[in-house]
Design a protein around this ligand. Structure first.
Ligand SMILES: [Zn+2]
Length: 445
């Protein structure tokens, strides 16, 4: 699906929904990211909000043993000064430490954002170090000197990008297998999106299928991984699909997409499944209708999913109808290019602004799962028509997206990117050498 077409809010929602699809049974719920904490600190006093992320480890900088430490984050509409007042530290010391940073020009107190991570390290009841985590690349510290003044320090990480190659055999789900190898949530979602047109992760990925992916890891000068970046290579070798994709940005339109080794885009004209995390409950074909009792052609595919699950436009097009339609209940039909139409029935409600005549892009939310019309429970009834004839969406050989072979110069550039990536993969393959990076990355602040 075209994530670029979606707003940021929708995008993160979509990412969650996509994850739910990969996880299967709500495996995300209640899960927290694990962090390696080398120096578990003793926190005394009333319980203050403690960050999951390790904001600062004084041992790394040769500081004295910390007796207690408070971690908190800047709240909405809170000033740094207000934050310091919340900490169980000497108010005067805290404000001296902060003003040192401001006077040094390291910090503009008017330009701080909610969520800023602040830690106060106390030794012998005095504020020893105040540290502000301005992201994985920049930290500020105000350190107590023997004379009682505070010395401002700015720590900047110079990050370099290192590819990390991960491969494995899926046991229960891609999500669990990849997480077990320290792949980030976002990288798993990105991987799944590459295959969204070809593979339904709920039904078409089986134990024993193999995957491989390469993504960026940004490491600091000490070689410590700081954060993860884009997925550059995604391969799935399984029962249903056996494909590899390479990330490439086409220079003419500056669009980043994933391409097969021959330069064919992963993007399809229509998505195979316009919903994530759903279970196929009834296929296209003849069947006995659960309400009327008559045997007749079921012109669509049913996906069981909870009421309210977002439904996506399967492809770019124009909304032809968005209204109640007899037994279909709340119903949307989209007209696509080349004589294709898709229809979505039994919805609980429509997506924002969805009405006849409205242009939609692939991946836009056009409505939400419901059980309106002649329906026995919440599900999406999805139909695809080609020149007016209903066809089986699951069997459809869909027209593909962009082919780089049509533009020789661009193909040349892509082949270079592909070969470089293959060299990275070959270097990581045992026994030729160890994986380039093994990582434990704290979640972003
Ligand atoms: Zn149906």
């Amino acid at each position: 699906m075209n994530l670029k077409a979606l707003s940021k809010g929708t995008r993160s929602l979509l990412a969650l929904v996509a994850l739910a699809g990969i996880v299967g049974l709500g495996g995300l719920a209640g899960r927290t990211l694990s962090v390696d904490s080398k120096a578990p600190s003793v926190t005394s006093g009333p319980s203050l909000p403690v960050l999951a992320a390790q904001v600062f480890d004084p041992e790394d900088y040769g500081l004295p043993a910390v007796l207690s430490r408070y971690d908190t984050t800047l709240r909405r509409r809170e000033t740094l000064s207000g934050l310091l007042d919340r900490l169980e530290v000497n108010r005067l010391e805290a404000h001296q430490a902060l003003s040192g940073l401001i006077q040094a020009g390291y910090l503009d107190p008017r330009r701080t954002l909610p969520g800023l991570a602040v830690s106060a390290h106390l030794a012998n009841g005095q504020l020893d170090t105040l540290s502000l985590n301005l992201g994985p690349e920049r930290r500020l510290m105000s350190k107590r000197m023997p004379d009682g003044t505070y010395h401002p320090i700015e720590l900047k990480a110079r990050l370099s990008r290192v590819p990390r190659v991960v491969s494995g055999t899926i046991d229960s789900s891609l999500y669990e297998t990849a997480r077990a190898q320290d792949v980030g949530d976002q990288q798993i979602v990105d991987f799944a999106q590459v295959f969204a047109y070809d593979v339904d992760f709920q039904r078409e990925v089986h134990p024993g299928d193999r995957f491989e992916m390469v993504y960026d890891v940004f490491v600091d000068e000490r070689g410590q991984p700081i954060r993860r970046g884009a997925v550059h290579y995604a391969a799935l070798h399984g029962r249903v699909t056996d494909k590899s994709f390479y990330r490439f940005t086409t220079p003419d339109d500056d669009v980043t997409d994933y391409f097969e080794a021959n330069g064919d885009s992963a993007t399809r004209f229509l998505m195979k499944t316009p919903i994530n995390g759903a279970r196929l409950s009834s296929s296209f074909g003849r069947r006995r209708h659960p309400i009327s009792g008559y045997t007749r052609l079921h012109k669509g595919t049913d996906f069981a999913a909870p009421t309210g699950t977002p439904i996506f436009a399967a492809g770019h097009g124009v909304v032809e109808r968005a209204s109640r339609y007899g037994g279909y209940g709340h119903y949307v039909r989209i007209r696509h290019a080349n004589g294709y139409k898709t229809a979505y029935a039994h919805m609980s409600r429509y997506g924002r602004g969805i009405r006849a005549g409205r242009q939609v892009r692939q991946g836009d939310i056009i409505g939400y799962v419901g059980s309106t019309g002649a329906s026995t429970g919440p599900h999406l009834h999805y139909e695809v028509y080609v020149h007016g004839e209903p066809v089986n969406a699951m069997r459809l050989k869909l027209p593909t997206g962009r082919k780089l072979s049509m533009a020789p110069e661009m193909l040349e550039m892509f082949l270079q990117v592909r070969d470089d990536m293959d060299a990275v993969r070959a270097a990581a393959r045992p026994p030729a050498g160890p994986a380039l990076v093994s990582e434990v990355i704290p979640p972003a602040p």
